[in-house]
Design a protein around this ligand. Structure first.
Ligand code: ADP
Length: 259
C-alpha cells in the first residue's frame, strides 16, 4: 500500500483537517518485479552462447599463423564485439536487482580505493589524466568489498572517461562517528543542470556524452546507486558543464548501531 497525506489549513493558517490517500500498488510492484526477473533471465540466457562464440574464436585465433591477415582481422572484430556484448549482458544481469545482493562486513575502504585506482591507472595514463587520493588509512566501513569495489570502479573509470586530456581526478574521504563519505571529483565535461537528476536512471546518457561519441550504455551509475542504497547509504551528483563533476557517496561507518 502506498500512502500520501496532506494537511488542510484554514484561512488564518490554523489546522483544519487532513486528507490521507491509501493506494493499492500490488499490481505495480508485481509488474516491476516481473520486469527485473525478465532482465535477469534473458541476460543469463545470453551468456552461454556468447561464451561459446568467444571460446571458439579464441581457439581459431590460437592458430592465427595458418590464417590470412584479413581473416585474423575479421575474427578480432568478432571477438571485440562478442566481448562488448558479454560485458553489456553482465551489466544488465547485475542491474536486475534480484541478483544484486550485498553482504556488508567490516571493510577497509582505503584498500578498496587503492585497488580501484590501480585498475584504472592504464586508462588514466592513456588519456593523460592524473589520479590523486586524499584518504585516511585504514578507513573502516560496514560494506560489501566486492560491491563497493564495483561502485568505486564505476565512478573512477567514469571520471577518467568523461575527462579531456590532461584532466584531474581526485578521490577523497572523510569520516564521522557514524558515516564515511567518499568523493570522486573530476575536471571533465560535466553534466547539465537539467540532466544531473537523471544520471542514476537506467540507460541514461547525457547529450554531451553522446555528442562526443564516448562509448557507454548508461547502466553503471544505476547499478552504483542500487549498491550504495542497499548498504543504507546514499549517492549524489554535483556538476557544472565544462568544469567538472563530483559524486559523493555516504556509507555507514563500521560499528554503526543497526548496521
Ligand atoms: P555510461 O558511462 O556507460 O554511459 P553510466 O551509468 O556510468 O553509464 O553514466 C550515465 C551517464 O552519466 C553517462 O553516459 C554520462 O553522460 C554521465 N556521466 C557519468 N559520469 C560522469 C562524469 N564523471 N562526468 C560527466 N558525465 C558523467
Amino acid at each position: 500500500v502506498s500512502t500520501a497525506a496532506r494537511i488542510i489549513k484554514n484561512d488564518d493558517g490554523g489546522f483544519s483537517g487532513a486528507v490521507i490517500v491509501y493506494s493499492d500498488v500490488t499490481g505495480l510492484v508485481e509488474a516491476l518485479s516481473a520486469k527485473e526477473e525478465l532482465i535477469s533471465n534473458v541476460s543469463h540466457e545470453f551468456r552461454s552462447p556468447l561464451m561459446s562464440v568467444l571460446g571458439n574464436v579464441d581457439l581459431v585465433l590460437d592458430a592465427a599463423d595458418r590464417l590470412s591477415p584479413d581473416s585474423v582481422h575479421r575474427l578480432e572484430v568478432v571477438q571485440r564485439n562478442a566481448e562488448r556484448l558479454l560485458s553489456l549482458v553482465s551489466e544488465l544481469l547485475v542491474s536486475a536487482s534480484a541478483v544484486l545482493a550485498v553482504h556488508p562486513r567490516r571493510t577497509d575502504l582505503a584498500g578498496l580505493i587503492e585497488n580501484s585506482i590501480g585498475s584504472v591507472q592504464a586508462q588514466a595514463d592513456a588519456s593523460n589524466v592524473s589520479l590523486t587520493t586524499d584518504v585516511p588509512a585504514p578507513l573502516w566501513a560496514h560494506a560489501d568489498p566486492l560491491r563497493i569495489g564495483q561502485a568505486l570502479d564505476n565512478l573512477v573509470s567514469n571520471a577518467i572517461k568523461y575527462s579531456p586530456d590532461g584532466g584531474k581526478v581526485t578521490v577523497s574521504a572523510r569520516r564521522s562517528e557514524s558515516w564515511v563519505q567518499l568523493k570522486v571529483q573530476d575536471t571533465g565535461m560535466g553534466i547539465s543542470e537539467e540532466e544531473t537528476s537523471r544520471v542514476f536512471t537506467r540507460f541514461f546518457r547525457s547529450q554531451a556524452a553522446r555528442q562526443a561519441a564516448i562509448p557507454g550504455v548508461g547502466l553503471g551509475l544505476s547499478i552504483t546507486k542500487t549498491i550504495v542504497e542497499r548498504h543504507g547509504g546514499a549517492i549524489s551528483c554535483d556538476s557544472k558543464p565544462g568544469a567538472g563533476t563530483t559524486f559523493t557517496l555516504t556509507l555507514p561507518a563500521e560499528g554503526t548501531p543497526g548496521s
